[in-house]
Design a protein around this ligand. Sequence first.
Ligand code: ADP
Ligand code: ZN
Length: 216
Amino acid sequence: MRIVLLGAPGAGKGTVAKLLSEFDGSVQISTGDILRAAVKDGTDLGREAKDYMDRGDLVPDALIMKIMEERLQKPDCGKGFILDGFPRTILQAEALKTLLERLKIKLDFVVNLEVPKDVILDRLTTRRTCSNPECQEIYNIKSNPPTAAGTCKKCGSPVIQRDDETVAAINNRLETYNEKTAPLIGFYEREGLLKNFLSLQSKETVAEIEKSLKNK
Ligand code: ADP
Ligand code: ZN
């Protein structure tokens, strides 16, 4: 499959992307994961991106496009890809369109995950993430807690609250989403690529997306 996942922070893009990639081996490409790994490794990219990320601001478009141009040309993308957290601005969406035309790649469609605001807020404040950059398993202290010792069930590393998951940073991320990313819904509607999914349970949403792919 070749799809883009759109949705507010906390809409469940990461969880849905992971389940979809298990379905047919398409690779999940998360710009957030790539950036967090770069911060952790202390690369030039990571040093440039860290302050924007901690505030809940977007990393500059030019930096993101450089990452994604390289990433989309790696051989594993031949199996298909699920873009999770990219594009995030109209400029990125336009640049992605040009890039895909150049690479002769066609998207199946763009999935817009719709989740009510109160659900989003509850999810974001209760979310915890595995601190191991190779793992980054997502937990929820209410619905899917880590071990009693606060460690990851998959890899045993400490499970933490991300710097951008403080209340101030969360509010900023939601504002940034409304201002910069929500306009992509109209953009992809005009492109004839948009499909909306009300997303409360990730597993059900994934089944709906798989059905849409089959009926395409
Ligand atoms: P969430 O969707 O929960 O906000 P992500 O893991 O997708 O979190 O992204 C974390 C941070 O990484 C964002 O707040 C932003 O600073 C940066 N980031 C990720 N993807 C992009 C992108 N496509 N453009 C600009 N910044 C990005
Ligand atoms: Zn882990």
